[in-house]
Design a protein around this ligand. Sequence first.
Ligand code: THU
Length: 160
Amino acid sequence: MGKKIIITAELEELSWAELSEEDQVLLTEAKKISESAYAPYSNFLVGAAALLNSGLVLKSNNQENVSFPVGVCAERSLLGYAGANHAEDPVKKLAIVAKRRGEKVWATVSPCGLCRQTISEVEMRFDQPIILLILKPNGNVIKVPGIQSLLPFKFEDLNG
Ligand code: THU
């Protein structure tokens, strides 16, 4: 008989008013940068903002390509920049928002599989979980304590 393994994840849903000022600022920066996303093919404008341990806030958005798979998500574009330019400064929080071009309400978004694996790598690099803040269309925010909650049983050891 096989052994059943149950993996659970606890996410938190908070109203805007329940967020700390730090979290509100980060989400506001993600909203702003989403407006300049280069997404002429999907018209799905994604913004991401990262708070580093030093207090520095970095932002990026999705950058698409006529050869669709070449496009890069906002999260990976941002984490690549952070890793290259702030290699000694761990990423503490990552805010993610999205909107369909021309629409007023924010869209439902959640990091794709590639971005989850990328976030996992940054966590491992700095040995520190990254708190994710994901904006919902109703204005509430899903707070995720670390990538383990979105990517259980992840690949993280070549020699394990
Ligand atoms: N996208 C992101 O940038 N981040 C996400 O979390 C989800 C998807 C982008 C990829 C593509 O440019 C567009 O959104 C539609 O999938």
